[in-house]
Each structure stands twice: as C-alpha cells, then as structure tokens.
Design a protein around this ligand. Structure first.
Ligand SMILES: Nc1ncnc2c1ncn2[C@@H]1O[C@H](COP(=O)(O)OP(=O)(O)O)[C@@H](O)[C@H]1O
Ligand SMILES: [Mg+2]
Length: 276
C-alpha cells in the first residue's frame, strides 16, 4: 500500500470553496416511459455553467422522473444527459458523485442518531481515497486525510448556518435544519452540479424563504451549476436565472422567470391543476 501520490484537486483546495470548474448540464431529447405512461417525452434543456436553473411544473409533470434520469436512478428510454463533455447517461448514482454531481434526497435519508457533522462526513466518502480497510488500520495518511475532510465538513456546516449544531444528533433538529443537513451532505461531494428535488417540500413560509436565500447564496459563493426541481413557482421566480416548465412529461416553456411567468401555456397548466 502506498500513500496517495498527490492530493486530488478537491483535497488541495480544502481550505476554500469553488474547487472545481462549474459545468454545463445538457439534457437532450430524453424520453422515459412507465408502462403506458410517458413520464418524459422528448425533453431537452440546458443548465448553463454556473447558473441556477429551475425545472418546474404541476404535480405529475415529470420533474422527479427527470431528476432521477439525471441522477442515474432511472434509465431513459431515449436521449442523453451530458455534464460538460461527459456523457452521464446510464451511469450509476455513486459514479456521478465522483464526477461532481451532488444531490438532495426528498425524504432526507440521513442517520438521525448521528451528529450533523458525521452525516456530512458520509457525503465525503465519495472523495475519500483510502478504502475502509486503510481507514480501519488508521494509517498516518488516512488519519491526515480524515482530519482534512472533517475540517472541510465543518466549513460546509458553517456555510449553511449549521455550525452551532454540528455536534448535535440530526434527530434532535427541527425540520428546516434537517433539510439543511441534507443540503450540506450534497455539498460535501464538492459538486460542480447540484441537483435539488423539491427542497422546500414540507417547509413553512419562513423556512422556504430562508432556503431560497441559502440556495442563491450557494450559487453566488460557490459558482456551481444548480438544477432546482420545484413545484412551487414562487420559490424559484425570485432566484432562478432560467426556468424550464414541464407538463404531462413535455417541455411547454423555457426562458427567464419573467418570460415563463407570463407564458399562456404555463398559466394554463398551473391553473388547470389548482382548479382540479
Ligand atoms: N416509479 C414509477 N412507476 C410508475 N409511474 C411513475 C413512476 N414515477 C413516476 N410515475 C408517473 O410518471 C409521471 C410523472 O411523475 P413524476 O416524475 O413523479 O412527476 P412530478 O415530480 O412532476 O410530480 C406521473 O404520471 C407518475 O404517476
Ligand atoms: Mg416530484
């Protein structure tokens, strides 16, 4: 066994944010069927490098399906997903973390008995070079790496306002804070692209407003590309650079928040479900 020859780009910059170059995400002509249901029908859009892009639509529009295709959980029946020059289509979720794709989990799959910091550290395992055996043996370089990772995890907690509760078990936190831990864990892989599926689900109005501020802060501070999947138009309109709208699996609009908000098809799609 030999120690790592040189630090990875991520480790080298463990003292600061914005560690890797942001990448453009291209979703090209993606189709996904569940039996007879066309969950996604020839969907294309581009998340420009370093931008905050929202994917919105009424319930059942295909947002989560699209999220799951991009994050490798579902395999598209047609089309491609590209991150920078890399084809992500069909790659397993754990491979994506290594390529710099961070994601949230809708039903925050956190370990409630473990501290905030330990949960965030779990997110860093995609970056850890030493295998479990090396870590178990506590070889000097793995101890050093572990210390660096833990320092970085603390920075991420501080950045998301979780500093004061870093050593508190996740199970003891209020809901809004738990969602922040999920976000911290997604950031722990030092993503170039962050995928968020309805991060405000279940939040009250003030928690939602706070979260919107946090998400725009992430974009401003880290300069990474963010795809925000959201049902609630209000949340995204104030913070997104660009918005893609799905309805019944099809893209019905794509533009700036102002353009999309005044688009008759979008208004109809949202009114249709509100009335139902
Ligand atoms: N695992 C699944 N099996 C069968 N149908 C599914 C599955 N996931 C989603 N669907 C269907 O695909 C369509 C899009 O759903 P979804 O992507 O969850 O929409 P959204 O996230 O916009 O609410 C819906 O008609 C839904 O019922
Ligand atoms: Mg959904």
């Amino acid at each position: 066994m030999t120690p790592p020859e040189s630090p990875t780009s991520t480790e080298a910059s463990a003292g600061g944010f914005a560690t890797r170059t942001p990448q453009e995400l291209r979703v090209e002509n993606v189709a996904l069927r569940f039996g007879g249901i066309r969950a996604l029908d020839d969907v294309s859009f581009t998340v420009a490098s370093g931008s905050l892009h929202a994917l919105i639509g009424p319930n059942g529009a295909g947002k989560s399906s699209c999220f799951n295709v991009i994050s490798g959980l579902y395999r598209a029946n047609a089309g491609r997903v590209l991150l920078g020059g890399t084809d992500l289509t069909g790659l397993a979720p754990h491979k994506l973390a290594g390529l710099g794709v961070g994601r949230s989990f809708q039903n925050a799959a956190l370990s409630p008995g473990s501290t905030v910091l330990d949960n965030v550290m779990l997110g860093r395992h995609a970056l850890t070079r030493g295998g479990f055996l090396e870590v178990g043996l506590r070889l000097p370089w793995t101890v050093r790496a572990e210390r660096r990772h833990s320092a970085r995890a603390r920075e991420i907690c501080d950045f998301l306002g979780l500093g004061p509760v870093a050593d508190v078990p996740v199970g003891a936190l209020p809901y809004g804070a738990v969602k922040r831990v999920d976000l911290a864990r997604a950031l722990a892989v030092e993503p170039v692209l962050l995928l968020l599926d309805e991060p405000a689900a279940g939040m009250n109005a003030s928690e939602t407003a706070e979260l919107a501020g946090t998400i725009s802060g992430i974009r401003a501070e880290l300069g990474i590309s963010i795809l925000l999947v959201e049902h609630d138009m209000g949340l995204v309109m104030g913070i997104a650079d660009r918005v893609t709208v799905l309805d019944f699996g099809r893209r019905i609009a794509d533009g700036t928040p102002a353009e999309v908000q005044s688009d008759p098809d979008v208004i109809k799609a949202y009114l249709g479900t509100e009335a139902a």
